[in-house]
Ligand binder design. Structure first.
Ligand code: 1GP
Length: 255
């Protein structure tokens, strides 16, 4: 079970890493190159989904990924039609940073029967979009605003309310290609108030940024854009010479 594996990593103090595939941006050649690295690297999960994805592209792309990937596949849905029984799990995202009821509960109601019938593991997830310095497709699609990173009070209250509502994890996202990734002070503020596993993504494109986020308390980081630009960057992971080692504060997954 994917959620159990997240908790287990967290209990052991290990660092988790997810690679995000947006079917809208990925073609087979790119995926083949990327997964040559991903399959050998210390990557725990493949997140899969996007805000503006044609349903047929979604199916075609998931078919390719299932064929070439040896990692658990977790749907990171941008809409209620992004369901596929070949996935291992879905982050059932509620956009708690926004106030658009469609993205808080509406899409979930529309997806409920199909998702239930698919039998895949459903992980109730608080999805908090913070300002990363540029307009993101999530905000555009949901017609919501992000929370400014300096508003720690609202961020902490949102995290706490999400936990009290029964969410199983928090995903704090500065948005794909963010200019300003989620800052360490924001991560620390959320970790101080919530026991939930914390996923952080958006604009993480260097080992320094990864290190900062892990050190601040993020359990799982998500890499998307950086691998779309250069799928070979994960090579550096293997070059450390300890591919099976768990990550710790002295190991840096990408150079
Ligand atoms: C976006 O958090 C993900 O939703 C990943 O962001 O594409 O900037 O890595 P990047």
């Amino acid at each position: 079970m994917v959620y159990e594996s997240i908790l287990e990593k967290s209990r052991r103090g290990e660092r988790g890493l997810a690679v995000l595939i947006d079917p809208d941006k990925a073609d087979e050649t790119h995926l083949q190159t990327l997964f040559k690295q991903v399959n050998k690297a210390q990557v725990d999960w493949v997140f899969f989904g996007g805000s503006f994805v044609d349903p047929s592209d979604f199916k075609v792309c998931i078919e390719i990924v299932k064929r070439i990937s040896n990692k658990p596949l977790v749907i990171f849905p941008g809409d209620n039609d992004q369901i596929d029984e070949r996935a291992d799990a879905m982050l059932f995202l509620s956009l708690v940073s926004g106030r658009n009821s469609e993205y808080l509960i509406g899409k979930h109601v529309e997806a409920a029967f199909e998702l239930y019938a698919s039998g895949i593991e459903v992980i109730p997830s608080a999805y908090m979009v913070l300002d990363g310095g540029k307009q993101t497709s999530v905000l555009q699609k949901s017609e919501t605003n992000s929370i400014p990173q300096h508003n720690l009070s609202l961020i902490r209250k949102t995290a706490l309310a999400s936990e009290m509502l029964g969410m199983k994890l928090i995903y704090m996202d500065a948005g794909s290609g963010a200019i300003k990734p989620i800052g360490p002070e924001v991560i620390r503020a959320v970790k101080d108030i919530s026991k939930l596993p914390l996923i952080v993504g958006g604009g993480i494109d260097s080992s320094e940024k990864m290190e900062r986020a892990y050190q601040a308390g993020a359990e799982i980081l998500v890499l998307g854009n950086v691998l779309e630009k250069d799928p070979n960057i994960l090579n550096a992971l293997r070059n450390q010479g300890k591919p099976e080692a768990t990550w710790n504060s002295s190991s840096s997954p990408i150079a």
